[in-house]
Write a protein that binds this ligand. Structure first.
Ligand code: ASP
Length: 352
């Protein structure tokens, strides 16, 4: 259900959805929003209004950075009162990072922010972009019987699935079905009907009174990128680990561990981590597995990590862990407070 007083802001950042082939080089290049709209005349047929905002120039999502996230937060927050929901067209490569970052930066969000894109440009005959765009708009405009938005959170819609943004990962560089939310159920599935999984949607669903206080959006702009991801592999060298942990300015490490949060139990490794955490570096344990959670108390190898001061990232995606750590470090909490908050769900990004 939606009404004529509904309006959506369509934000175009770039990505394959809006690219076309350069006839000389054969490489995909961005084109502008007007050209994109020309390929989707169906946009005229919605019974709600759609305004647009475009990044100038549009960017390949490999060029997304904290500045672009701040810009998105600013655009959403400045237009928050005027629109019922937001659809962000974004390259697929880093879409899950942007969705995760926005979920933390848009605190108190009670309107839909749906990111989508495509594997084939919208001008290509077999494009998946049209379907993704049109359904995302429909979802962003959908309301419950009391007029409240059906999905008041940051999501990714791709190939018939609506997923919580900070639970989603790009898993395929070829298939249309390119994203998965391994540790949280889909929020909706689009077939003949769009079927919403209401019990799983934004558990802090706002009351009517809360919704009416539109100032409740609390946009955040502070992010600190002094962190790194250290992916473990059998045989990882001491000099590499030492060099990473002694990187000047380093404040946080996402340690990508084996299985349920396990790592080598060699003394040099555990000592290096323990010494780093004592220097105030926050080390978060996230598993290399796509699905499942870190349980450091399960095996001795995980238990040693706990003793070295490493804290659990539970079932967070790498994208959620990286952006959450940027967000918390940016807000100048003490290392122990950052550790505590990394283990606390802030935007539905983890299950404990
Ligand atoms: N390189 C593109 C991007 O992420 C890929 C895509 O959109 O699918 O911007």
């Amino acid at each position: 259900m939606n009404g004529s007083d509904t309006s959506i802001l369509l934000i175009y950042t770039g990505g394959t959805i809006g690219m076309m082939e350069n006839p000389e080089t054969g490489a995909l290049e961005n084109f502008n929003l007007e050209q994109l709209q020309r390929h989707v005349p169906e946009l005229e047929r919605f019974d709600f209004s759609i305004d647009t905002y475009t990044f100038d120039p549009p960017i390949d999502s490999s060029d997304m950075d904290t500045e672009s996230w701040r810009k998105l937060v600013e655009v959403v927050s400045k237009n928050y009162a005027r629109y019922s929901g937001f659809v962000i067209l974004h390259g697929t490569d880093t879409m899950a990072f942007t969705a995760s970052a926005l979920s933390f930066m848009l605190e108190g969000l009670n309107k839909p922010v749906i990111l989508t894109g495509s594997q084939l440009p919208i001008g290509v005959l077999r494009t998946d972009g049209k379907e993704n765009l049109l359904t995302s708009l429909e979802i962003a405009a959908a309301t419950r019987e009391d007029g409240s938005p059906v999905v008041p959170e940051v999501c990714i819609f791709f190939e018939n699935h609506l997923m919580r943004g900070n639970r989603t990962t790009k898993i395929n560089a070829e298939d249309f079905n390119a994203f998965r939310s391994f540790n949280y159920p889909s929020l909706a599935t689009a077939g003949i009907h769009i079927k919403y999984n209401l019990p799983q949607i934004n558990t802090n669903h706002p009351t009517r009174e809360e919704r009416e206080v539109e100032r409740s959006l609390n946009p955040h702009y502070l992010l600190d990128t002094n962190l790194t991801v250290l992916k473990l592999f059998p045989g990882i060298g001491q000099h590499i680990v030492d060099a990473v942990l002694h990187t000047p300015g380093l404040k946080g490490v996402i340690l990508e561990t084996f299985g349920s949060g396990n790592a080598p139990s060699k003394p040099w490794f555990l000592n290096a981590l323990s010494e780093a955490t004592q220097r105030g570096i926050v080390v978060i344990n996230v598993t290399q597995c796509n699905a499942g959670t870190v349980e450091m108390e399960r095996y001795e190898t995980g238990y040693h990590l706990m003793q070295a001061g490493v804290v659990s990232g539970y079932d967070m995606t790498i994208e959620a862990a990286v952006t959450k750590l940027m967000f918390l470090l940016g807000h100048h909490y003490s290392p122990s407070e950052v550790r505590r908050l990394m283990m606390t769900p802030l935007a539905g990004e983890l299950t404990r």
